[in-house]
Design a protein around this ligand. Sequence first.
Ligand code: F6P
Length: 323
Amino acid sequence: MRRMAILTSGGDAPGMNAAVRAATRAALAQGWEVFGVRNGYAGLIADTLMPLTAREVGGIIQQGGTVLGSARSAEFRSEAGRAKALRNLAQHGIDALVVIGGNGSQTGTHALAQMGFPVVGVASTIDNDIVGTDTTIGVDTAVNVTLEAIDRLRTTGSSHQRAFLVETMGRDCGYIALMAGIAGGAEVIAIPEFEVAPHEVAERLQAAYQRGKTHALVVVAEGARHDARAMMRHFEEHRDAIGFELRVTTLGHVVRGGIPTACDRVLATRLGAAAVDHLARGDHGLLVGTRGNGLVATPLADVADKTKPIDLRLLEMARVLAQ
Ligand code: F6P
């Protein structure tokens, strides 16, 4: 009988639990034994495996975060760390691993595959920056949380003739800011992939004020060279005539917390089950993700150490529509 382990790694993402549940139950349906690893790769090295049954993954599909725990492990980046992890897997008779995580985690998955271990990655990060998938588990929730904040800030902004700088997560990727900015009708979207200088933001806000807008929203990705605080500092130092009063809201980890949307639950369920389907067919060393409405698998060698670009035409569209 096959023994499969599952771990969640890197920053948690809403929907990870749905993927754990799906992979566990799909593997049990194959007649395999399933083990959960606590705290990602760090747990693999510390040998924190526990058996998972269908009941143990019950009632978690709607929970945010990850019931398995997650971590970023410096030790796993070393060959010695990875060798220790593989020794622990061998000791438990584990012959396949599913890794639910983001870009850094899938680079680790690739390293294990290169060492000859059967592993399948499941694309999961709020940043949506993984090559080999249109969307990742967690990004829909993160965009919707950011959007809710934008919608709420608009009402108070309107009452006070204020402009808000809203900073959202995404590491070096502007996807969350771009999507939430489009959906929220933001006046300006500032992302790392296409920098907007603070003086240009000031000009656009001033123009919006002069056109008679009662509020304005600037959505800033945390990875932008001028993040929300830097932008605010610039405005204070240069006393740019913006018209609106300005306030800053930094969303931070709020974006990553809370219950997953239906889209994230469905995506996570499909990807978790697909990971097991591939292992059952003897396919491994790949990442499962989506293309259009379908599922695709991409060799980990084509995924590791790469970053998916975003569609900058959407940014230009948003700029034109903000007039
Ligand atoms: O990669 C997911 C993410 O939430 C990024 O958007 C963010 O930059 C980072 O993790 C935050 O990391 P930490 O939780 O370690 O502070």
